[in-house]
Design a protein around this ligand. Structure first.
Ligand SMILES: CC(C)[C@H](C(=O)O)[C@@H](O)C(=O)O
Ligand code: SF4
Length: 468
């Protein structure tokens, strides 16, 4: 008696159904982990209070401060340099709401504060087979651990706070297989940008993605998180990767993992797509031809290999994007001057990312006129980086070393790119004005960002590799 082969997504989905989907009603899903930050939670808590409801599972709800917080420390009187009164109010509101509802907040003073998608995995809150939600689109990051993880809106944050459940229609499934072996100097970020370029902006809409194949298996957990993080930039709700021995070893010993770790791990390792499982769509990519990538436009799919230069626009959208970016089709990527380099975010703000950047910067200087900001994704990343002396590598090179937060990825906290300036950023969004009004963003890997900081223009990092 053989049962129908199932995908990883279907297996995790089915385990969490509280009520089945029908023609006129979405499924009701149980949520294992609800992560909360200061920007998308205030109205949800107000709604809860207006209805006299409690947080259903405070033990499954964890909060942090990341988006609106300054990355510069407090002054002599202990005052934090909030960018706006609203930013300060958001922080204070979350402090109040979490205290009132018995929700754990990794706030100021916590050694675990950081960007929400960095700290979940780091503390082992994120575990294989979980459903993970957060009022934040890059929740897809947690899919790297074999979770169904996706962003929700503020009203849904309220639903989950009140019920620990969420009404959801089952998405279609797409398998993305990345075959072959990556060339030296090519990272998870380059793979992600290559996948998005292939899918196109919105090409993943309505799908849950599963990434698989030898290239994905060979990536470290940080690289896998980077790939899953960018799923949303192709329009997909979530992206996931089957847990393997690397996942198990990465999570071992982390604060919130089950006490009987080996028993849990044995269950996690069973979570994989069965042979013969059917997907609504399949894409196969040759990983061995992927080169260091950089975007040239104003959506994350408008990118390409750095060595290929700026493409000639083939439609109105591309003409508009190149104009905004101040780039010209046919030019080498080295023509445009870089003003700012940002290393950080939930895409590339982990220790492995900082190491990759530091390996290139060690003993070198950031080019004259370039401002470089390095922002660890979490307190733990910051502490580990300092212990390894990475902060010193950055500051010796002339970069600024800051406290953890979303920082220049979203520019709502005082860290931003000035109008008209061009930034090479390790984050995930390059929309017009994303890093500040009039700012222009080139998305790339930490190695590319670091090499570009030294060169003063976008370069292929392979020319800058040095053995540490
Ligand atoms: C502020 C938040 C709602 C937003 C998101 O959902 O992604 C932010 O994290 C972003 O990256 O744009
Ligand atoms: S680092 Fe950027 S992408 Fe990630 S959660 Fe913060 S603002 Fe969003």
């Amino acid at each position: 008696m053989s049962s129908t082969p199932k995908s990883l997504f279907e297996k995790v989905w089915e385990r969490h159904i509280v009520e089945d989907e029908s023609a006129d009603r979405p499924a009701v899903l149980y949520i294992d982990l609800h992560l909360v930050h200061e920007v998308t939670s205030p109205q949800a808590f107000s709604e809860l209070e207006a209805r006299g409801l409690k947080v259903r599972r405070p033990d499954r709800t964890f909060a942090t401060l990341d988006h609106s917080i300054p990355t510069l420390g407090p002054d002599a009187e202990g005052n934090r340099p909030y960018f706006t009164p609203q930013a300060k109010a958001q922080v204070e509101t979350l402090e109040r709401n979490t205290a009132a509802h018995g929700v754990k907040l990794f706030g100021w003073g916590s050694e675990n504060r950081g960007v929400v998608h960095v700290i979940g995995p780091e503390m082992g809150l994120t575990q294989p087979g979980y459903t993970v939600v957060c009022g934040d689109s890059h929740t897809s990051t947690h899919g790297a651990f074999g979770c169904i993880a996706f962003g929700i809106g503020t009203s849904e944050v309220g639903h989950v706070l009140a019920t620990q459940c969420l009404a959801q229609r089952k998405p279609k499934t797409m398998r993305i297989t990345v075959n072959g072996e990556l060339k030296p100097g090519v990272s998870g970020k380059d793979v992600a940008l290559a996948i998005i370029q292939r899918l196109g902006f919105g090409g993943g809409t309505g799908y849950a993605l599963e990434y698989t194949g030898p290239v994905i298996e060979a990536l470290d957990m940080e690289g896998r998180m980077t790939v899953c993080n960018l799923s949303i930039e192709a329009g997909a709700r979530c992206g996931m990767i089957a847990p393997d021995q690397k996942t198990v070893e990465w999570l071992r010993g982390r604060a919130y993992v089950p006490a009987d770790y080996d028993a849990a791990a044995a269950e996690w390792l069973k979570l994989k797509t069965d042979d013969g499982a059917v997907f609504d769509d399949e894409i196969v990519i040759d990983g061995s031809v992927i080169e260091p990538m950089a975007t040239w436009g104003t959506t994350p799919d408008q990118g390409g290999a750095i060595s290929k230069g700026v493409p000639v626009a083939s439609n109105e959208n591309e003409v508009k994007a190149l104009n905004y970016m101040g780039l010209h089709g046919g030019d080498s990527r080295s023509v445009a001057k870089v003003d700012v380099v940002f290393i950080g975010s939930c895409t590339n703000g982990r220790l492995a990312d900082l190491r990759a950047a530091a390996d290139i910067l060690r003993g070198r200087k950031v080019a004259e006129g370039v401002r470089m900001l390095v922002v660890p994704g979490s307190e733990q990343v910051r502490i580990d980086a300092v212990a390894e002396g990475l902060d010193k590598v950055f500051t010796d090179a002339g970069a600024e070393w800051r406290l953890p937060g979303c920082s220049m990825c979203i520019a709502m906290n005082g860290d931003f790119v000035a109008p008209g300036q061009l930034a090479v950023s390790t984050s995930n969004r390059n929309f017009e004005g994303r890093q500040g009004p009039g700012s222009r963003t080139v998305l790339a890997s930490p190695a590319t960002a670091a090499a570009s900081a030294i060169a003063g223009h976008v370069v292929d990092p392979r020319d800058y590799l040095q053995s540490a």
